[in-house]
Design a protein around this ligand. Structure first.
Ligand code: GLU
Length: 457
């Protein structure tokens, strides 16, 4: 990549554009990574215009290039005795403010582009929490769907047998993401301990409570997302009380977003999995969803067997046709496209809180912003999960554990701060009310200043 110095006349806009073009050229065919880069870079032009020091030190050229990428073979033997081979990834994107931190995703769609987009987002999200964590992400194209418990254990042990070389409590601390929950973290922790010896509790987060996990970590992303949206609503004199909410997904993020929104007086009428969605006009029965998804590991379609007044529809995109006041996309990237966004707007949606990573396309975000829909971007709205992961690391270092109420109160405070800091940054750079720009700038400045302080490394 050509280094763009701040030669006289190089405008901030040209600088940003040339870095973006260089990223595309250097990382061809990585559309999700390009999308994440574009979303951030578009917001940063006013920062470079105001502070040319970041251009002079090549911060942008450095920040778009991961510090390290590890890519490895994961061989394992399935229950039929057949050898399977998957691909493992860990992108250690940026360690300017702390050890690399970010989840592991096990899903057949996982490839270098997906992990790089997630890792890049993670840098700014983690910075927004105000806690000392750098950005990283990893995963595998392994599909946990339909696998036996034994196969999950075999795979995760093989995955950790390679990954352990690159991680550690002060170096890189993975956690869960799609397809990786407490069970998978438990097996990976067991294998890490077996190889390394000792009990380095802080090497992974999202652990079980009895061996070093933090209370509230399971609830944190979903609760945090609702706390964030609540801040957006309150600023406009609105609330969750008596509102109709649609939440996509039925994993960890979705379940606890439904839980908190319901606690705040909302009626959540729909949720989904990768096969389809359920619409329950009386309000989703969370006990049923939790049992089906967390205990029995079944499909969401089974919900209607127990609640026959509810309707199941095959295919998940249709969930956005349901009229709602608040939409919380908590499933996966690019689940709301321009058309879905227009539909949500014409059905009167007032607020969007992104519980998943990058669930709205760039075009969808435009539609929300143009129509003055309150929009909580992923890296701000879903930062609660990684924030509590950082609190888990603190507790592990102290060999202490905080109560559920203590961690929840800290989480709530962190989400309020993220909201305030994003609002202030948007105002300071001439984009009042635009939390996409605000979150990007607030997240960026902390990392960029740490990079400046540490020299060209
Ligand atoms: N995978 C989550 C995220 O996207 C959590 C990461 C973590 O706890 O390290 O932020």
């Amino acid at each position: 990549m050509t280094t763009i110095t701040a030669e006289a006349g190089t405008s901030a806009q040209q600088y940003v554009q040339s870095v973006y073009e260089a990223v595309i050229k250097r990382n061809p065919h990585e559309s999700e990574f390009h999308q994440a880069i574009k979303e951030i870079l578009d917001s940063l032009t006013p920062v470079f215009a105001k502070h040319p020091k970041y251009m002079k030190q090549g911060i942008l050229e450095r920040i778009v290039e991961p510090e390290r990428v590890v890519y490895f073979r994961v061989p394992w033997v399935d229950d039929k005795g057949v050898t399977q081979v998957n691909r493992g990834f860990r992108v250690q994107f940026n360690s300017a403010i702390g050890p690399y931190k970010g989840g592991l995703r096990f899903h057949p769609s996982v490839n270098a582009s997906i992990i790089k987009f997630l890792g890049f987002e993670q840098i700014f999200k983690n910075s927004l929490t105000g806690l000392p964590i750098g950005g990283g992400k990893g995963g595998s194209d392994f599909d946990p769907k339909g696998k036996s418990d034994n196969e999950i254990m075999k795979f995760t042990q093989s995955f950790m047998t390679e990954l352990y070389k690159y991680i550690g409590p002060d170096e890189d601390v993975p956690a869960g993401d799609i397809g990786v929950g407490a069970r998978e973290i438990g097996y990976m922790f067991g294998q890490y301990k077996r190889i390394k010896g000792g009990h380095e509790a802080g090497v992974l987060t999202g652990k079980g409570i009895i061996y070093g996990g933090s209370l509230t970590r399971t609830e944190a992303t979903g609760y945090g997302c609702v706390y964030f949206v609540n801040e957006m609503l309150e600023a406009k004199g609105l609330s969750f009380q008596d509102s109709t909410v649609v939440v996509s997904g039925s994993g960890n993020v979705s379940i606890y977003a439904i839980d908190k929104a319901t606690q705040l007086g909302a009626k959540v009428v729909a949720c989904s999995d990768s096969n389809g969605y359920i619409y329950d006009p009386r309000g989703i029965n969370l006990h049923t969803v939790k049992r089906l998804k967390e205990v029995e590991r079944k499909r969401i379609s089974e919900y209607v067997n127990e609640h026959p007044h509810a309707v199941y529809t095959e295919g998940c995109a249709g969930i956005w046709t349901i009229p709602c006041d608040i939409a919380l996309p908590c499933a996966t990237q690019n689940e709301i496209d321009e058309e879905a966004a227009k539909l949500l707007v014409s059905n009167g949606v007032k607020a969007i809180g992104e519980g998943a990573n990058m669930p709205s396309t760039l075009e969808a975000i435009e539609v929300f912003l143009e129509n003055r829909v309150l929009f909580g971007p992923a890296k701000a709205a879903n930062a609660g999960g990684v924030a509590v992961s950082a609190l888990e690391m603190s507790q592990n270092s102290m060999r202490l554990s905080w109560t559920f109420e203590e961690v929840d109160a800290k989480l709530h405070g962190i989400m309020k701060n993220i909201y305030q800091n994003s609002v202030k940054a948007a105002e300071a750079y001439g984009h009042s009310g635009n939390l996409v720009v605000g979150a990007n700038i607030a997240g960026f400045i902390r990392v960029a200043d740490a990079m400046l302080a540490q020299g060209v490394v």
